[in-house]
Design a protein around this ligand. Structure first.
Ligand code: UDP
Length: 240
């Protein structure tokens, strides 16, 4: 497959925290983290520049903590710190297989990782280092999907790849409706008008307004990340 030409030279991969959880109900599954690291290595070795935005939902979500009575901003700060923990785990798995990788955080935690500085992040990518963007946007009341759209645009990637547990975008939830239809291509406007559950509206609008192509694909399948970069028939492509 790597003999083929990559469709994108630089990508932003958005993974939820739950993607790192495997079959568990909380935390991290080392096997899953290791598999993802290996698959990103395949892309890296093929010369594809990879930036990653990682979520924190496997540990904490601000809205859930707020529902339990915690102040929302405190909960969101905990959620952002959760993404830093996930980023460190992924960095560690990548370093164990001798990859060049840097965690860059939107919140300053200088003893732990670099802070996100756009020009430095681009330099890392040009040097073929994987950049893991942690702590979302660094602001409460946002999600890591919005952070992913923001970083994708700032880092001038060719496409944003959103990893999910289904193989693309459907007209309705395919797990609940047998007549759900899968889309191969879709416009951002249609996503918004039909209220399709892809990402939150803020991140969709940012991608739409900045003509950022989005590929939604199933990352539970082995090597699907690699196929999503090399094969145009993978997942659903959303375009402006
Ligand atoms: N978060 C935030 N600002 C951001 C990104 C994330 O406050 O820019 C917090 C928010 O509480 C969120 C949590 O971090 O619920 C974890 O992120 P998210 O829910 O997007 O993770 P995912 O669902 O992708 O695992």
């Amino acid at each position: 497959m790597q003999q083929q030409q990559a469709r994108y030279q630089r990508i932003l991969l958005k993974m939820s925290g739950e993607a790192l959880m495997g079959e568990q109900s909380f935390g991290l599954d080392a096997k899953v983290v290791g598999r993802i690291a290996k698959e990103v290595k395949t892309l890296n070795q093929a010369g594809v520049e990879v930036a990653i935005v990682i979520g924190g939902g496997n540990l904490f979500r601000g809205a859930q903590l707020a529902a339990l009575g915690m102040e929302r901003v405190t909960g969101d700060n905990m959620g952002m710190l959760a993404t830093v923990m996930n980023a460190l785990a992924l960095q560690d798995a990548m370093e164990q297989i001798h990859m060049d990788v840097r965690v860059m955080s939107a919140l300053r935690i200088d003893q732990v990782c670099e802070r996100f500085i756009r020009r430095r992040a681009i330099r890392h990518l040009e040097k073929k280092r994987v950049v893991i963007c942690a702590a979302g946007t660094g602001n409460p009341f946002f999600t890591t999907d919005s952070a992913a759209s923001l970083r994708a645009i700032e880092l001038e990637v060719d496409a944003m790849l959103k990893a999910t547990k289904v193989d693309g975008i459907y007209s309705k939830d395919p797990k609940q409706h047998v007549d759900a239809v899968k889309y191969d291509r879709l416009s951002y406007q249609q996503v918004l008008t039909d209220g399709l559950q892809v990402m939150d509206a803020t991140s969709i609008v940012m991608c739409r307004d900045n003509q950022m192509p989005l590929v939604v694909f199933d990352m539970t399948q082995p090597d699907e990340i690699v196929r999503a970069v090399f094969d145009e028939d993978v997942g659903t492509v959303v375009h402006a």
